[in-house]
Design a protein around this ligand. Structure first.
Ligand code: NIG
Ligand code: FE
Length: 397
């Protein structure tokens, strides 16, 4: 397959723009990229798609989602608008735990069926790789059920699913006041089970006053390392619990949220090469006031990714272009940083070296947009200017 007359944002060096470009694809791989004028003659024989100047980017990568879950939390949305805080609702037994109740009651088939329409929205917004977390089961069986549902999405849709075992997301009522016992009895055994079944690509946790401390999480991260699984962490979302530094010391792929990240946390992330995953949907939904320290992350050279954080509580949002718009307007990322955040840097946050840029040898996951400049993807509010998507060398029907 050959794409011709594309305005190409390769994301190899900033936007890596090539005007009037061609991309040749063989099987599921990109084999040639460059200006039309340089296209080798033998490649012109391939089936070609004339992009007519349209912007072509790498397929978007959503590196943080909770797309598998049961139920919704619209009533909590109403409560928060009346003044209740996310933490207050959580302490009263709502929040994550209300989704846990619904998710425990759901079957694997129920979870898959309710996730697919959300995944379809993500795909329609340009996603070709989606990370999906567990974390609403909080028993071994219910965590495994969530991860199996996540894996099944990849068989049902033209998208790569990366499954993250969010082993320590909240303390379930039966372990109230016994966080360490939860880690020993449930989080670590569920990690063994997930690993044995090949269900986990990474391990995650929520480090927060309403969830777990770094001390409580240390045995879980040690076990992940022993199994050879990379870690990620929800860190510094509502308060500074020194989670990012802890994650970086465990060579984490990413630390996510980071509104209350300290200078020490930034330095630790920079030293470890840990990606900062920026989640403006949760900041917006919870009407937070403290932004993540974007300028300091930029100055320290910490790569920033941007994701939807699609979940029923803090970020009921499926669109990566909307997350990019919010990252720019709320947090002052540049549109170039926002697009790097949903392509090259998002790939890195998932430990994937074969995607996120447009270059020979990489996976042929591409988006063709009804746009002619890459900043348009961040500039429009809630728009989905996707013209077509190519996944693993196949054009979506
Ligand atoms: O990434 N911060 C913790 N976890 C999710 C929210 C989950 C929920 O509220 O259901 C997040 O924002
Ligand atoms: Fe999250």
């Amino acid at each position: 397959m050959l794409l011709t007359h594309a305005t190409l944002a390769t994301m190899t060096d900033g936007y890596g723009l090539i005007p009037d470009a061609a991309v040749a694809i063989d099987g599921d791989r990109i084999v040639w990229v460059g200006p039309m004028a340089d296209l080798p003659a033998p490649l012109t024989q391939a089936d070609s798609i004339d992009c007519r100047g349209r912007l072509v980017t790498p397929g978007l990568i959503d590196c943080h989602s909770h797309a598998v879950h049961a139920g919704h939390r619209a009533v909590e949305f109403e409560l928060r608008l009346q003044g209740a805080s996310y933490a207050e609702i959580a302490r009263a037994g709502g929040g994550i735990l209300s989704t846990v109740t619904a998710t425990r009651a759901a079957t694997e088939a129920d979870l898959l069926a309710s996730a697919l329409p959300r995944i379809d929205q993500m795909i329609a917004s340009g996603a070709t790789t989606i990370e999906v977390k567990s974390g609403y089961g909080l028993t071994v069986a219910d965590e495994i059920k969530m991860l199996r549902a996540a894996r099944q999405i990849g068989d049902q849709r033209q998208v790569t699913i990366r499954a993250t075992h969010l082993a320590a997301h909240a303390i379930p009522p039966e372990y109230a006041g016994r966080a360490r016992d939860y880690i020993a009895d449930v989080a670590i055994p569920s990690l063994w089970a997930a690993h044995a079944e090949g269900l986990a690509d990474a391990v995650d946790a929520f480090c927060e006053t309403i969830a777990f401390s770094t001390d409580e999480l240390a045995p879980l991260f040690a076990e992940a390392r022993r199994l050879g699984l990379p870690v990620k962490l929800h860190a510094e979302q509502l308060t500074d619990q020194h989670g990012a530094g802890f994650a970086a010391r465990h060579a984490a792929l990413s630390a996510d949220h980071l509104e209350y990240l300290s200078p020490e946390g930034i330095a630790a992330m920079a030293a470890a090469g840990t990606v900062a995953v920026i989640l403006p949907g949760a900041f917006y939904t919870l009407r937070e006031s403290q932004s993540p320290p974007i300028a300091a992350l930029r100055a320290a050279g910490v790569p920033m990714a941007v994701a939807t954080d699609l979940n029923p509580g803090s970020s009921p949002m499926a669109s990566l272009p909307l997350a990019m718009n919010m990252a720019c307007t709320l947090f002052r990322l540049t549109p170039q940083e926002a697009l790097l955040g949903t392509t090259a840097h998002a790939a890195r946050a998932l430990g994937l070296a074969d995607r996120g840029r447009i270059a020979p040898g990489l996976r042929a996951d591409l988006c063709l947009w009804n746009a002619d400049h890459p900043a348009e993807l961040s500039y429009r509010i809630g728009a989905t200017p996707l013209h077509a998507r190519i996944f693993g060398g196949h054009l979506d029907a």
